[in-house]
Ligand binder design. Structure first.
Ligand SMILES: [Zn+2]
Length: 463
Protein backbone atom coordinates (compact mmCIF):
# COMPACT_ATOMS: atom_id res chain seq x y z
CA UNK A 1 0.00 0.00 0.00
CA UNK A 2 2.77 2.39 0.91
CA UNK A 3 4.31 2.13 -2.52
CA UNK A 4 0.98 3.08 -4.12
CA UNK A 5 0.74 6.19 -1.99
CA UNK A 6 4.34 7.09 -2.78
CA UNK A 7 3.66 6.68 -6.51
CA UNK A 8 0.60 8.90 -6.31
CA UNK A 9 2.50 11.61 -4.49
CA UNK A 10 5.36 11.34 -6.97
CA UNK A 11 2.92 11.67 -9.88
CA UNK A 12 1.37 14.76 -8.30
CA UNK A 13 4.84 16.21 -7.86
CA UNK A 14 5.54 15.77 -11.57
CA UNK A 15 2.19 17.38 -12.45
CA UNK A 16 3.08 20.34 -10.29
CA UNK A 17 6.46 20.74 -12.00
CA UNK A 18 4.78 20.71 -15.38
CA UNK A 19 2.44 23.49 -14.30
CA UNK A 20 5.44 25.50 -13.12
CA UNK A 21 7.14 24.99 -16.45
CA UNK A 22 4.21 26.55 -18.29
CA UNK A 23 4.26 29.44 -15.80
CA UNK A 24 7.96 29.96 -16.43
CA UNK A 25 7.22 30.53 -20.11
CA UNK A 26 4.57 33.06 -19.07
CA UNK A 27 1.53 30.91 -19.69
CA UNK A 28 -1.69 30.34 -17.82
CA UNK A 29 -2.43 26.61 -17.70
CA UNK A 30 -5.57 24.57 -17.28
CA UNK A 31 -5.78 21.01 -16.07
CA UNK A 32 -8.50 18.39 -15.97
CA UNK A 33 -8.43 15.62 -13.39
CA UNK A 34 -11.03 13.37 -11.75
CA UNK A 35 -11.83 12.91 -8.07
CA UNK A 36 -11.81 9.16 -7.82
CA UNK A 37 -11.66 7.88 -4.25
CA UNK A 38 -9.85 4.61 -3.62
CA UNK A 39 -7.98 2.48 -6.13
CA UNK A 40 -7.45 2.03 -8.96
CA UNK A 41 -7.43 5.70 -9.90
CA UNK A 42 -8.18 4.74 -13.48
CA UNK A 43 -9.61 1.84 -15.45
CA UNK A 44 -11.30 1.40 -18.84
CA UNK A 45 -14.59 2.93 -17.69
CA UNK A 46 -12.91 5.88 -15.97
CA UNK A 47 -10.68 6.47 -19.00
CA UNK A 48 -13.69 6.54 -21.30
CA UNK A 49 -15.47 8.98 -19.00
CA UNK A 50 -12.36 11.15 -18.83
CA UNK A 51 -12.00 11.30 -22.58
CA UNK A 52 -15.71 12.22 -22.99
CA UNK A 53 -15.31 15.01 -20.44
CA UNK A 54 -12.16 16.23 -22.09
CA UNK A 55 -13.86 16.55 -25.50
CA UNK A 56 -16.76 18.39 -23.86
CA UNK A 57 -14.39 20.68 -22.00
CA UNK A 58 -12.49 21.61 -25.16
CA UNK A 59 -15.72 22.52 -26.94
CA UNK A 60 -16.87 24.42 -23.86
CA UNK A 61 -13.67 26.47 -23.71
CA UNK A 62 -13.76 27.19 -27.42
CA UNK A 63 -17.38 28.31 -27.15
CA UNK A 64 -16.29 30.77 -24.46
CA UNK A 65 -13.49 31.93 -26.74
CA UNK A 66 -10.67 30.49 -24.67
CA UNK A 67 -7.83 29.23 -26.80
CA UNK A 68 -6.04 26.05 -25.86
CA UNK A 69 -2.58 25.35 -27.25
CA UNK A 70 -3.16 21.82 -28.44
CA UNK A 71 0.41 21.40 -29.66
CA UNK A 72 1.69 21.74 -26.11
CA UNK A 73 -0.97 19.71 -24.35
CA UNK A 74 -0.03 16.93 -21.96
CA UNK A 75 -2.42 14.03 -21.73
CA UNK A 76 -1.71 10.77 -19.94
CA UNK A 77 -2.73 8.56 -17.09
CA UNK A 78 -0.28 8.43 -14.20
CA UNK A 79 -0.39 6.87 -10.74
CA UNK A 80 -2.78 9.61 -9.58
CA UNK A 81 -5.22 8.93 -12.43
CA UNK A 82 -6.04 10.48 -15.78
CA UNK A 83 -4.44 13.84 -16.33
CA UNK A 84 -4.70 16.65 -18.86
CA UNK A 85 -2.74 19.90 -18.84
CA UNK A 86 -2.57 22.66 -21.45
CA UNK A 87 -1.61 26.33 -21.76
CA UNK A 88 -4.66 28.54 -22.32
CA UNK A 89 -5.23 32.12 -23.32
CA UNK A 90 -8.07 34.39 -24.29
CA UNK A 91 -8.07 37.73 -25.99
CA UNK A 92 -8.50 40.18 -23.10
CA UNK A 93 -9.88 37.43 -20.88
CA UNK A 94 -8.43 37.61 -17.37
CA UNK A 95 -7.26 34.59 -15.43
CA UNK A 96 -10.17 35.13 -13.01
CA UNK A 97 -12.64 34.92 -15.87
CA UNK A 98 -10.97 31.76 -17.13
CA UNK A 99 -11.39 30.27 -13.64
CA UNK A 100 -15.07 31.29 -13.63
CA UNK A 101 -15.61 29.65 -16.99
CA UNK A 102 -13.87 26.47 -15.76
CA UNK A 103 -16.18 26.43 -12.73
CA UNK A 104 -19.20 26.98 -14.94
CA UNK A 105 -18.19 23.88 -16.88
CA UNK A 106 -18.08 21.86 -13.65
CA UNK A 107 -21.43 23.22 -12.49
CA UNK A 108 -23.22 22.52 -15.77
CA UNK A 109 -21.86 18.99 -16.09
CA UNK A 110 -24.18 16.31 -14.72
CA UNK A 111 -21.27 14.62 -12.89
CA UNK A 112 -19.37 17.88 -12.42
CA UNK A 113 -18.45 17.24 -8.78
CA UNK A 114 -16.24 14.37 -9.97
CA UNK A 115 -14.28 16.78 -12.15
CA UNK A 116 -11.53 19.20 -11.26
CA UNK A 117 -10.69 21.86 -13.78
CA UNK A 118 -7.83 23.79 -12.18
CA UNK A 119 -6.20 26.97 -13.38
CA UNK A 120 -2.62 27.99 -12.65
CA UNK A 121 -1.66 31.62 -13.36
CA UNK A 122 1.46 32.98 -15.08
CA UNK A 123 3.25 33.13 -11.74
CA UNK A 124 2.63 29.48 -11.05
CA UNK A 125 -0.05 30.04 -8.39
CA UNK A 126 -3.29 28.06 -8.33
CA UNK A 127 -6.27 30.34 -9.00
CA UNK A 128 -9.08 29.90 -6.51
CA UNK A 129 -12.55 31.37 -6.60
CA UNK A 130 -12.93 30.72 -2.88
CA UNK A 131 -15.98 28.56 -3.49
CA UNK A 132 -16.15 25.33 -1.53
CA UNK A 133 -16.95 22.19 -3.46
CA UNK A 134 -19.62 19.97 -1.91
CA UNK A 135 -19.00 16.27 -1.39
CA UNK A 136 -20.00 14.09 -4.34
CA UNK A 137 -21.58 11.46 -2.10
CA UNK A 138 -23.58 13.33 0.54
CA UNK A 139 -23.84 16.72 -1.18
CA UNK A 140 -23.90 18.12 2.34
CA UNK A 141 -20.40 18.71 3.71
CA UNK A 142 -17.49 20.22 1.84
CA UNK A 143 -15.75 17.53 -0.22
CA UNK A 144 -12.46 18.11 1.61
CA UNK A 145 -14.16 17.57 4.97
CA UNK A 146 -15.65 14.19 4.03
CA UNK A 147 -12.37 13.10 2.51
CA UNK A 148 -10.25 14.03 5.52
CA UNK A 149 -12.70 12.64 8.03
CA UNK A 150 -13.22 9.52 5.90
CA UNK A 151 -16.98 9.92 6.30
CA UNK A 152 -17.88 7.51 3.50
CA UNK A 153 -16.87 3.90 3.01
CA UNK A 154 -14.50 3.42 0.09
CA UNK A 155 -16.40 0.44 -1.20
CA UNK A 156 -19.71 2.34 -1.21
CA UNK A 157 -18.14 5.31 -2.95
CA UNK A 158 -16.64 3.09 -5.64
CA UNK A 159 -20.02 1.46 -6.26
CA UNK A 160 -21.79 4.82 -6.56
CA UNK A 161 -19.17 6.12 -8.96
CA UNK A 162 -19.19 2.98 -11.06
CA UNK A 163 -22.99 3.17 -11.43
CA UNK A 164 -22.96 6.87 -12.21
CA UNK A 165 -20.23 6.54 -14.81
CA UNK A 166 -21.93 3.59 -16.42
CA UNK A 167 -25.23 5.53 -16.64
CA UNK A 168 -23.45 8.54 -18.09
CA UNK A 169 -21.56 6.50 -20.70
CA UNK A 170 -24.71 4.58 -21.65
CA UNK A 171 -26.53 7.89 -22.30
CA UNK A 172 -23.63 9.05 -24.44
CA UNK A 173 -23.65 5.83 -26.40
CA UNK A 174 -27.39 6.07 -26.90
CA UNK A 175 -27.10 9.58 -28.24
CA UNK A 176 -24.31 8.63 -30.64
CA UNK A 177 -26.09 5.51 -31.92
CA UNK A 178 -29.40 7.30 -32.43
CA UNK A 179 -27.72 10.15 -34.28
CA UNK A 180 -25.99 7.64 -36.57
CA UNK A 181 -29.16 5.67 -37.23
CA UNK A 182 -31.27 8.70 -38.07
CA UNK A 183 -28.58 10.00 -40.42
CA UNK A 184 -28.40 6.58 -42.13
CA UNK A 185 -32.17 6.54 -42.61
CA UNK A 186 -32.22 9.96 -44.22
CA UNK A 187 -29.23 9.10 -46.40
CA UNK A 188 -31.04 5.99 -47.58
CA UNK A 189 -34.11 7.97 -48.64
CA UNK A 190 -32.13 10.71 -50.35
CA UNK A 191 -29.88 8.36 -52.31
CA UNK A 192 -32.81 6.22 -53.34
CA UNK A 193 -34.74 9.11 -54.86
CA UNK A 194 -31.58 10.60 -56.41
CA UNK A 195 -30.75 7.39 -58.26
CA UNK A 196 -31.28 8.26 -61.95
CA UNK A 197 -32.57 7.19 -64.37
CA UNK A 198 -35.00 4.83 -62.67
CA UNK A 199 -37.73 2.71 -64.24
CA UNK A 200 -41.14 4.28 -63.63
CA UNK A 201 -39.97 5.97 -60.42
CA UNK A 202 -39.36 9.60 -59.57
CA UNK A 203 -35.70 10.54 -59.97
CA UNK A 204 -33.58 13.67 -60.40
CA UNK A 205 -34.61 14.23 -64.00
CA UNK A 206 -37.96 12.53 -64.45
CA UNK A 207 -41.25 11.93 -62.69
CA UNK A 208 -41.34 8.40 -64.07
CA UNK A 209 -44.91 7.18 -64.34
CA UNK A 210 -46.17 9.79 -61.88
CA UNK A 211 -48.02 12.98 -62.63
CA UNK A 212 -48.71 14.05 -59.06
CA UNK A 213 -45.17 14.12 -57.62
CA UNK A 214 -41.62 15.00 -58.57
CA UNK A 215 -38.10 15.12 -57.13
CA UNK A 216 -38.96 18.10 -54.92
CA UNK A 217 -41.97 16.28 -53.44
CA UNK A 218 -39.64 13.49 -52.32
CA UNK A 219 -37.06 15.85 -50.84
CA UNK A 220 -39.75 17.67 -48.88
CA UNK A 221 -41.29 14.45 -47.68
CA UNK A 222 -37.87 13.06 -46.65
CA UNK A 223 -37.22 16.21 -44.65
CA UNK A 224 -40.41 15.98 -42.56
CA UNK A 225 -39.95 12.26 -41.96
CA UNK A 226 -36.33 12.66 -40.85
CA UNK A 227 -37.53 14.52 -37.76
CA UNK A 228 -38.96 11.24 -36.43
CA UNK A 229 -36.03 8.93 -37.14
CA UNK A 230 -34.22 9.79 -33.95
CA UNK A 231 -37.39 9.39 -31.88
CA UNK A 232 -37.87 5.83 -33.19
CA UNK A 233 -34.21 4.99 -32.63
CA UNK A 234 -34.34 6.31 -29.07
CA UNK A 235 -37.47 4.28 -28.42
CA UNK A 236 -35.68 1.16 -29.70
CA UNK A 237 -32.63 1.88 -27.58
CA UNK A 238 -34.67 2.39 -24.41
CA UNK A 239 -37.15 -0.41 -24.99
CA UNK A 240 -36.66 -3.18 -22.45
CA UNK A 241 -39.87 -5.24 -22.20
CA UNK A 242 -39.35 -8.98 -22.59
CA UNK A 243 -42.15 -9.08 -25.14
CA UNK A 244 -41.02 -7.19 -28.20
CA UNK A 245 -44.60 -6.89 -29.45
CA UNK A 246 -45.30 -4.47 -26.61
CA UNK A 247 -43.51 -1.95 -28.82
CA UNK A 248 -46.09 -2.14 -31.61
CA UNK A 249 -48.70 0.39 -30.41
CA UNK A 250 -46.10 3.09 -29.87
CA UNK A 251 -44.42 2.31 -33.20
CA UNK A 252 -47.79 2.54 -34.94
CA UNK A 253 -48.48 5.88 -33.28
CA UNK A 254 -45.23 7.36 -34.53
CA UNK A 255 -45.86 5.82 -37.96
CA UNK A 256 -49.35 7.33 -38.18
CA UNK A 257 -48.00 10.72 -37.17
CA UNK A 258 -45.34 10.43 -39.87
CA UNK A 259 -47.97 9.59 -42.48
CA UNK A 260 -50.04 12.61 -41.47
CA UNK A 261 -47.03 14.88 -41.76
CA UNK A 262 -46.06 13.34 -45.08
CA UNK A 263 -49.53 13.93 -46.55
CA UNK A 264 -49.57 17.48 -45.26
CA UNK A 265 -46.17 18.14 -46.81
CA UNK A 266 -46.98 16.55 -50.19
CA UNK A 267 -50.55 17.87 -50.44
CA UNK A 268 -52.02 14.40 -50.13
CA UNK A 269 -49.58 12.38 -52.24
CA UNK A 270 -48.19 9.08 -50.95
CA UNK A 271 -44.43 9.34 -51.40
CA UNK A 272 -43.12 7.28 -48.52
CA UNK A 273 -45.82 5.16 -46.85
CA UNK A 274 -43.89 1.94 -47.55
CA UNK A 275 -40.61 3.50 -46.50
CA UNK A 276 -42.12 4.71 -43.22
CA UNK A 277 -43.27 1.16 -42.51
CA UNK A 278 -39.95 -0.48 -43.39
CA UNK A 279 -37.58 2.13 -42.00
CA UNK A 280 -39.68 2.49 -38.85
CA UNK A 281 -39.27 -1.17 -37.95
CA UNK A 282 -35.64 -1.20 -39.08
CA UNK A 283 -34.68 1.84 -36.99
CA UNK A 284 -36.36 0.37 -33.93
CA UNK A 285 -34.82 -3.07 -34.28
CA UNK A 286 -31.34 -1.76 -35.14
CA UNK A 287 -31.26 0.54 -32.10
CA UNK A 288 -32.51 -2.24 -29.85
CA UNK A 289 -29.95 -4.77 -31.13
CA UNK A 290 -27.08 -2.27 -30.92
CA UNK A 291 -28.06 -1.32 -27.35
CA UNK A 292 -27.68 -4.99 -26.42
CA UNK A 293 -24.36 -5.23 -28.30
CA UNK A 294 -25.96 -7.75 -30.57
CA UNK A 295 -26.46 -6.32 -34.04
CA UNK A 296 -25.99 -8.67 -36.96
CA UNK A 297 -28.04 -9.43 -40.08
CA UNK A 298 -29.10 -12.58 -38.28
CA UNK A 299 -30.26 -10.96 -35.05
CA UNK A 300 -31.96 -8.21 -37.07
CA UNK A 301 -34.00 -10.73 -39.08
CA UNK A 302 -34.93 -12.70 -35.95
CA UNK A 303 -36.25 -9.64 -34.21
CA UNK A 304 -38.10 -8.34 -37.29
CA UNK A 305 -39.83 -11.73 -37.51
CA UNK A 306 -40.66 -11.76 -33.81
CA UNK A 307 -42.12 -8.29 -34.08
CA UNK A 308 -44.21 -9.07 -37.15
CA UNK A 309 -45.25 -12.68 -36.61
CA UNK A 310 -48.75 -13.31 -38.09
CA UNK A 311 -48.96 -9.73 -39.38
CA UNK A 312 -50.46 -10.95 -42.67
CA UNK A 313 -53.12 -13.08 -40.95
CA UNK A 314 -53.96 -10.28 -38.51
CA UNK A 315 -54.08 -7.38 -40.89
CA UNK A 316 -54.91 -8.82 -44.31
CA UNK A 317 -56.89 -11.94 -43.37
CA UNK A 318 -59.54 -10.09 -41.42
CA UNK A 319 -60.76 -6.61 -42.01
CA UNK A 320 -59.02 -3.96 -39.96
CA UNK A 321 -61.39 -1.17 -40.92
CA UNK A 322 -65.15 -1.55 -40.92
CA UNK A 323 -66.70 -0.85 -44.31
CA UNK A 324 -64.11 -0.60 -47.06
CA UNK A 325 -61.38 -3.09 -47.96
CA UNK A 326 -57.89 -1.65 -48.40
CA UNK A 327 -55.86 -2.35 -51.56
CA UNK A 328 -53.68 -4.65 -49.47
CA UNK A 329 -56.67 -6.67 -48.29
CA UNK A 330 -58.14 -6.96 -51.78
CA UNK A 331 -54.79 -7.93 -53.24
CA UNK A 332 -54.29 -10.66 -50.63
CA UNK A 333 -57.81 -11.98 -51.19
CA UNK A 334 -57.32 -12.11 -54.96
CA UNK A 335 -53.71 -13.30 -55.29
CA UNK A 336 -53.09 -15.16 -52.02
CA UNK A 337 -49.41 -15.62 -51.19
CA UNK A 338 -48.24 -13.59 -54.17
CA UNK A 339 -50.39 -10.67 -52.96
CA UNK A 340 -49.09 -10.45 -49.40
CA UNK A 341 -47.17 -7.33 -50.30
CA UNK A 342 -44.90 -5.54 -47.94
CA UNK A 343 -46.53 -7.15 -44.88
CA UNK A 344 -45.65 -10.59 -46.18
CA UNK A 345 -42.13 -9.47 -46.88
CA UNK A 346 -41.56 -8.10 -43.41
CA UNK A 347 -43.27 -11.03 -41.68
CA UNK A 348 -40.85 -13.37 -43.47
CA UNK A 349 -37.91 -11.28 -42.23
CA UNK A 350 -37.31 -9.31 -45.46
CA UNK A 351 -36.06 -12.17 -47.68
CA UNK A 352 -35.84 -9.92 -50.76
CA UNK A 353 -33.49 -7.67 -48.81
CA UNK A 354 -31.31 -10.29 -47.17
CA UNK A 355 -31.28 -13.08 -49.78
CA UNK A 356 -30.86 -10.87 -52.83
CA UNK A 357 -30.32 -7.15 -52.26
CA UNK A 358 -27.72 -7.04 -49.48
CA UNK A 359 -25.33 -9.45 -51.27
CA UNK A 360 -25.48 -7.30 -54.42
CA UNK A 361 -25.04 -4.04 -52.55
CA UNK A 362 -22.17 -5.52 -50.54
CA UNK A 363 -20.43 -6.71 -53.69
CA UNK A 364 -20.28 -3.06 -54.77
CA UNK A 365 -19.76 -1.15 -51.54
CA UNK A 366 -17.50 -3.55 -49.60
CA UNK A 367 -14.82 -3.13 -52.22
CA UNK A 368 -15.44 0.39 -53.49
CA UNK A 369 -16.76 2.09 -50.35
CA UNK A 370 -19.65 4.53 -50.40
CA UNK A 371 -17.46 7.29 -51.66
CA UNK A 372 -19.03 9.18 -54.52
CA UNK A 373 -22.08 9.56 -56.67
CA UNK A 374 -20.88 7.13 -59.32
CA UNK A 375 -20.16 4.22 -56.98
CA UNK A 376 -23.39 4.81 -55.10
CA UNK A 377 -25.39 4.95 -58.34
CA UNK A 378 -23.83 1.74 -59.64
CA UNK A 379 -24.41 -0.16 -56.42
CA UNK A 380 -27.96 1.05 -56.06
CA UNK A 381 -28.95 0.43 -59.69
CA UNK A 382 -27.91 -3.19 -59.68
CA UNK A 383 -29.53 -3.70 -56.30
CA UNK A 384 -32.77 -2.09 -57.47
CA UNK A 385 -32.82 -4.47 -60.45
CA UNK A 386 -32.55 -7.58 -58.32
CA UNK A 387 -35.27 -6.24 -56.04
CA UNK A 388 -37.68 -5.56 -58.92
CA UNK A 389 -36.85 -9.03 -60.30
CA UNK A 390 -37.67 -10.77 -57.00
CA UNK A 391 -40.29 -8.62 -55.30
CA UNK A 392 -44.00 -9.25 -55.83
CA UNK A 393 -44.92 -5.57 -55.74
CA UNK A 394 -48.54 -5.65 -54.58
CA UNK A 395 -49.26 -2.22 -56.00
CA UNK A 396 -48.39 -3.36 -59.54
CA UNK A 397 -50.16 -6.66 -58.97
CA UNK A 398 -53.29 -4.88 -57.76
CA UNK A 399 -53.38 -2.34 -60.57
CA UNK A 400 -52.02 -4.32 -63.55
CA UNK A 401 -52.32 -8.00 -62.70
CA UNK A 402 -50.01 -10.96 -62.69
CA UNK A 403 -48.93 -10.88 -66.34
CA UNK A 404 -47.51 -7.36 -66.21
CA UNK A 405 -45.81 -8.00 -62.88
CA UNK A 406 -44.11 -11.12 -64.26
CA UNK A 407 -42.99 -9.34 -67.44
CA UNK A 408 -41.55 -6.53 -65.37
CA UNK A 409 -39.69 -8.99 -63.16
CA UNK A 410 -38.34 -10.77 -66.24
CA UNK A 411 -36.96 -7.67 -67.94
CA UNK A 412 -35.43 -6.54 -64.67
CA UNK A 413 -33.74 -9.93 -64.22
CA UNK A 414 -32.34 -9.72 -67.76
CA UNK A 415 -30.98 -6.22 -67.15
CA UNK A 416 -29.51 -7.42 -63.85
CA UNK A 417 -27.73 -10.28 -65.62
CA UNK A 418 -26.24 -7.89 -68.19
CA UNK A 419 -24.93 -5.42 -65.61
CA UNK A 420 -21.35 -4.50 -66.35
CA UNK A 421 -21.53 -5.58 -70.01
CA UNK A 422 -21.96 -3.41 -73.10
CA UNK A 423 -25.54 -4.69 -73.52
CA UNK A 424 -26.62 -3.37 -70.16
CA UNK A 425 -27.68 0.18 -70.96
CA UNK A 426 -29.98 -0.82 -73.80
CA UNK A 427 -31.66 -3.49 -71.65
CA UNK A 428 -31.98 -1.00 -68.81
CA UNK A 429 -33.64 1.42 -71.24
CA UNK A 430 -36.09 -1.34 -72.21
CA UNK A 431 -37.07 -1.58 -68.57
CA UNK A 432 -37.51 2.20 -68.29
CA UNK A 433 -39.70 2.19 -71.44
CA UNK A 434 -41.69 -0.83 -70.26
CA UNK A 435 -42.64 1.02 -67.08
CA UNK A 436 -43.45 4.16 -69.02
CA UNK A 437 -45.61 2.35 -71.60
CA UNK A 438 -47.50 0.41 -68.96
CA UNK A 439 -47.70 3.36 -66.56
CA UNK A 440 -46.23 1.35 -63.71
CA UNK A 441 -43.93 2.35 -60.91
CA UNK A 442 -42.10 -0.25 -58.81
CA UNK A 443 -42.40 1.87 -55.67
CA UNK A 444 -42.37 -1.15 -53.37
CA UNK A 445 -38.94 -2.14 -54.66
CA UNK A 446 -37.71 1.42 -54.25
CA UNK A 447 -38.75 1.27 -50.58
CA UNK A 448 -36.90 -2.03 -50.21
CA UNK A 449 -33.86 -0.44 -51.84
CA UNK A 450 -33.83 2.36 -49.28
CA UNK A 451 -34.15 -0.06 -46.38
CA UNK A 452 -31.42 -2.31 -47.85
CA UNK A 453 -29.04 0.64 -47.99
CA UNK A 454 -29.99 1.59 -44.43
CA UNK A 455 -29.36 -1.89 -43.04
CA UNK A 456 -26.08 -2.13 -44.96
CA UNK A 457 -24.82 1.11 -43.39
CA UNK A 458 -25.88 0.02 -39.89
CA UNK A 459 -24.16 -3.32 -40.27
CA UNK A 460 -20.97 -1.74 -41.55
CA UNK A 461 -20.71 0.48 -38.52
CA UNK A 462 -22.17 -1.64 -35.73
CA UNK A 463 -21.65 -5.31 -36.49
ZN1 LIG B 1 -19.86 13.56 2.06
Amino acid sequence: MEKVVRDILAAKEIRSKERQKFAESGDISLSLTLNIPGLPKSNDQIKLFFSECLSDLKRFLLSHRITIEEKREIIRPDAAGDFYLVPVSGNEISVTTIKEIAELYETEHSLGRLLDVDITDEKGNPVSSGKVKKCYFCNEHPAVFCMRMQIHEYEEMRTVIENDLSGFLQERRKSRVCKDLSAFALKALLHEVSLSPKPGLVDRFSNGSHSDMDFATFLNSSAVLSVYFREIAEFGFSFSSANIKDALPKLRQIGLQMEEDMYRETCGVNTHKGAIFLLGFSLFVSANRIKNHNFSYHSFVDQIKELNGSLVENELGKKLYSDKKTHGEECFEKFGNMGKGIRGEIQAGLPCVFDYAIPVLSSHFDAMGIVNDETIQNGLIQTLLVLIAKNNDSNILYRKGEKVLNELKDISQQAFNLFGTKYFSSKYQDLVYYCKDNQISPGGSADLLAVTFFIYMVNKKYN
